[in-house]
Every structure is written in structure tokens, then in C-alpha cells.
Design a protein around this ligand. Sequence first.
Ligand code: NAD
Length: 281
Amino acid sequence: MQLIDGKALARKVENYVETEVEKLKQEKNIVPGLAVILVGDDPASHAYVKMKAKACEKVGFYSITHSMPETISQDEIIATIEMMNTNPRIDGILVQLPLPKHIDTTKILEVIDPKKDVDGFHAYNMGRLVTGLDSFVACTPLGIMKMFEEYQIDLQGKDVCVVGASNIVGKPMASLLLNANATVTITHIFTKDLKAHTSKADILVVGVGVPGLIKEDMVKEGAVVIDIGINRIADGSLVGDVDFKHVAPKCSFITPVPGGVGPMTIAMLLSNTLKSAKQRS
Ligand code: NAD
């Protein structure tokens, strides 16, 4: 069994981005810029935004965070996004999710200029991804594709089971895998017999938010297991959706939580913002 070291790979991506930023500055006088919109007081969202801002600073990006109160109106959020759409210093716009209940998330995401949609959540970019065209791709699945590439895990013709079908994780993940010629099964909360699907998979990608959902008897011997879940349990520690202790010995490759997919998500946000800044140049 080999651990997929997301932390080390994320550092490698960040070092590459940092070098490219330096070149962009020298050759074109461009500093990539990221605007983050943060609404409300959710501690996890605040922690993620802080990590993103720190990562931007480390690689030499310009970044700003628009923090807004929970009670802000939808129109005020839209006005801020429209301002960022036309701000020439901003290459990427990110709205930290989840948004408060009175806000229509789809509507908000669709206001972002698709050319600055570095989270890849806009329907325009999702549509381009499905049709196999170049687009901004959601950072978590994109980071997982980078892991497959780095560890030379071949996808063509493989049976891949994606557990979880959200717009930000499962669906873009399945599209990327399909575009890479894998045979993809997508499962979710209404799947009748989850184990029947997971236990056949050469590669299992799990992003549901249920600690320890995937048990040893649900995984094929020698499978590659990617655990996207981030769950804080009663003792305060972070665990994934896979029962790591019992599943890991059966795997050829597995990602740990923490230190697996999480760091790659931020690294790919930097990579997408750099891509947008290069397009500006
Ligand atoms: P979500 O709630 O939007 O979607 C969850 C999906 O899992 C749904 O499709 C649902 O049908 C499915 N599901 C739920 N319970 C299930 C079950 N018992 N069996 C099968 N399917 C089930 O969640 P999300 O935003 O996609 O996030 C999923 C997990 O991934 C969460 O733990 C989240 O914290 C984590 N996440 C991690 C990163 C990262 O960077 N590592 C990024 C995004 C999300």
C-alpha cells in the first residue's frame, strides 16, 4: 500500500505557481489577483478563507477578502461580484460556500464572469467540462486528477466508482474521469446497494461527508481509494469518509485525511487563478 501524499504534491504545485508568478511579474508586469467573498460567521468557512489568503500571499498573488454579515442582501452580494468582474486587478472570484439560506447560491454563482470563475462552479464552465472543452474545473476534482497523474495511476478503461454526486465534487469528478476514458459509476444517497458498486471498483473516489462510510468489505483488493471527506468527530479530530485503518491494508494507493485531497484543493485554486492571469496577459 502506498500513501498518496497530497501535502507534498500541493507544495510542488505551489512552487511551480510561485515561479510562474515571478515570470509574469517580470515579463508582463502582471500580478495574479484573487477576490474572495465570505458571507456570515461559519467558523469552517472563515478557516478555509484564511488558508486561501495565506496561500495566495505565499505565491505572490494579490488577494482581497470581502467579508459580509449573515444578513446581507442578495443584491449587495451581486453588486460586489459585478465590481470584481470589471476590476482589472482581479483574475479569480471565489464565493465561499455555503451561503446563508436566504441567498440563491445558483444565482450568485452565475453572476461571476466565467473567465474569472476559478472555482469552476459556473454552469458555463461545468458545461464545457462535460463536453470535454478547456474550462475552469472545480479545484477538488482537479487536484485528484493531478494526484492520478503524479502517481502514474492509469485511468483508461478502469472501473471507477464515485460516491457522492454534488455539483462541486462528485459530478465534476465523474466528468473528468469519463473524459479520461474511465468507466464511471456515480452513486449517492439513493443508491440501492452501495457496496455492490464500490466493491467492483478499481478506483474508488468518495466525497459524501459521512465519517467511516466506506468499510473494508466494500473495497476490492488492490483498489486505489481517494477520500475527499473532511469530518470533525466528537474528539475534535478530522477524519475522512473511509475507515482508513481497516481499508488501507487492502489498497494499492490511498489518500490520508488530513494531508490528502485537502491541500490539493487550495493548490489547484492557485493554479486556476494563475491560468486566468495568463489569459489576461
Ligand atoms: P454535499 O452534501 O453537497 O453532497 C454529498 C453527496 O453525498 C450527495 O450526492 C449525497 O447524495 C451523497 N451521500 C450522502 N450520504 C450518502 C450515503 N450514506 N451513501 C452514499 N452517498 C451519500 O457535500 P459536498 O460538498 O460534495 O462534500 C462532501 C464531502 O467532501 C464533505 O465531507 C466535505 O467536507 C468534503 N469536501 C472536501 C473538500 C476537500 O478539499 N478535501 C472539498 C469539498 C468538499
